[in-house]
Design a protein around this ligand. Structure first.
Ligand SMILES: CC(C)(COP(=O)(O)OP(=O)(O)OC[C@H]1O[C@@H](n2cnc3c(N)ncnc32)[C@H](O)[C@@H]1OP(=O)(O)O)[C@@H](O)C(=O)NCCC(=O)NCCS
Length: 322
């Protein structure tokens, strides 16, 4: 039987930091409101780098961490809703730039759940025996289609990339992954089209932006987050107290707190970095996992659950031993 394990992680955020105080100059909001309603203090936004640039740097970081050479990677999946172009895919741009062999490379769009979807697909492709080593990336430049006149959304979204390398293994480390979607709620969080270039200026046409029914999305997230955790534990016949950490998609601090309360799970074991990065969609989960590992919040042999939810609606999670 072929199993999979994580052998390295990496991440990258653009240099420019946008604080809540900066946003006070742009929309009618306040640092106090943003912190109390979302937990966000600051976030990173790109100036000239596009999604493939952020993904490239996160990938290099993960390859170095895993001590993996380019010719060892035979599968590349990028999860993004903010590609540089409709085609070629970000994954093909990266395949060239990272000097990978002529391998299977493609993008996935499952919004903020994209990385968990990519992990599920890569895990199954490796388990089939056809692939050995996968580079999986979640990368976004959400600032390119954020409406900086809409205080409901512009305070939430930001830019980042996270990467992970998983390999075929005889140890059952990545244990259970689930992914779901429910298309009948697509209107709760949507985007009709978007500029693909970063630093999009002086548009001559009205441009479409992210549309979000925040309260409804909040209700959906607080329902599926605990449900997914319980499902993963049931799949593995495990209990909550066997988990070292839950690394949830960083959409709103209150969603994370609420899920901990519903699950009766210690709040200090819910990983939080939304204060520093905001909601980075498909990058959120791999960025948080990388940070948790690099700061020692997750250690070798720790068992953790990662869980994500987003537009689609989509959601999913994974139960993993490091
Ligand atoms: C968006 C979100 C932070 C709004 O928080 P909320 O507590 O639900 O706030 P509401 O939308 O009920 O708005 C409450 C009030 O604050 C106002 N408000 C909204 N954004 C504001 C801001 N940035 N600054 C100040 N006031 C704001 C509203 O206009 C409203 O004012 P009103 O009562 O005069 O109409 C919250 O709903 C949320 O995080 N939802 C989930 C979003 C999400 O996770 N999306 C991505 C999923 S992957």
């Amino acid at each position: 039987m072929i199993y999979t394990e994580i052998v390295g992680t990496g991440s990258y955020v653009p240099k420019k930091v946008v604080t809540n105080t900066d946003l006070e100059q742009v929309v009618d909001t306040s640092d106090a409101w943003i912190q109390s309603r979302t937990g966000i203090v600051k976030r990173h936004m790109t100036e000239l780098e596009n999604t493939s640039d952020l993904a490239y740097k996160a990938a290099l970081n993960a390859m170095e961490d895993a001590q993996i050479q380019p010719d060892m990677i035979d599968l590349l999946i990028v999860a993004t809703v903010t590609p540089d172009a409709p085609f070629p895919a970000v994954s093909q741009m990266l395949q060239h730039r990272l000097k990978l062999n002529e391998i299977t490379a493609f993008d996935i769009n499952a919004a903020c759940s994209g990385f968990v979807y990519a992990l599920n697909v890569a895990d199954k492709m490796i388990q089939s025996g056809a692939y050995q080593t996968a580079l999986i990336i979640g990368a976004e430049t959400l600032s390119k289609y954020t409406d900086f006149k809409d205080r409901n959304t512009c305070i939430l979204f930001a830019d980042a990339a996270g990467a992970m390398i998983i390999k075929a293994s005889d140890k059952r480390k990545i244990r259970s992954i689930v992914t779901y979607s429910k298309g009948d709620y697509e209107g709760l969080l949507s985007m009709e089209g978007y500029p693909l270039k970063v630093n999009y200026s002086t548009p001559t046409q009205p441009r479409p932006f992210i549309q979000m029914q925040g309260t409804e999305v909040f209700k959906f997230a607080t329902k599926v987050l605990p449900k997914t955790v319980i499902k993963l534990l049931e799949n593995e016949n495990m209990t909550l107290n066997e988990l070292s950490l839950i690394v949830a998609h960083q959409a709103n601090r209150r969603i994370i707190d609420y899920a901990a309360k519903i699950l009766k799970f210690p709040l200090e074991k819910m990983y939080v970095n939304i204060d520093r990065y905001g909601n980075t969609s498909a990058a959120s989960v791999p960025l948080a996992i990388d940070e948790a590992i690099k700061t020692g919040a997750l250690k070798k042999n720790d068992v953790f659950i990662t869980v994500a939810f987003g537009a689609g609606l989509t959601w999913g999670g994974a139960l993993i031993e490091l």
